[in-house]
Design a protein around this ligand. Sequence first.
Ligand code: 3PY
Ligand code: MG
Length: 234
Amino acid sequence: MSCRRGLWVSFLGPFGLEVVAASSVAERIEWLGVDLQHGDIEPGDVAPLVRATRVPVLVRLASHDGAHLARILDTGAAGVVVPGVESADQASHLVAAASLPPRGRRSTGLCRAALAPSADQPLLLAMVETAAGLDAADEIAAVEGIDGLFVGPYDLSLSLGEPSVTTDRMVAAISRVGDAARRHGRSFGVFSGNGELTTRLPDVDLLGVATDAAALQAGIAALFAEAPAVVGAR
Ligand code: 3PY
Ligand code: MG
């Protein structure tokens, strides 16, 4: 898979996604990461966001709860990104929650995903973002049904006691996760949000380029930096 660039969404609603889709660089945004762990989006907001966009939506869950995971897959999202996975046991529990029998115990029922069934199975991506997760990256990737590893460098840097996401030790740790994913034929993703980190990353399949909040702040900062302080003063 070539690198696909994504926008991390923490507060935009359906109209906000339409505004994004009308931007001059819309074709560069190849997936959306809708964040239920942090930010202002609630589980009930997910289906309207999935409806409002043409690009695949990966939803970052709030927890490992199986019922929460299954409800989000019911929206027809392209996949889920599960925070803080630290062992093969946790990964197996997630696979069971995400898969219909016989592999798992996900139930079927009337839901948006059932109305428009897709040929593609939803993706299950395990986030590696702690020292324990880093040590277990290989065993997590080995679990059948885990489609990829996705690094959260900000939590990982806290867990490793690193002062920033761009230190040599961080780049080495992220590469280690990528190697584990590749060894087991899984996808590899990283949320970056940092230009310097992006240039130092190994090959990734999914790159979280920026958040909606950072994009809004950057846009406002750029536009207001150019605006004259006093307009039309007499
Ligand atoms: C992290 O960097 O910890 C993240 O969860 C990014 O979304
Ligand atoms: Mg995190």
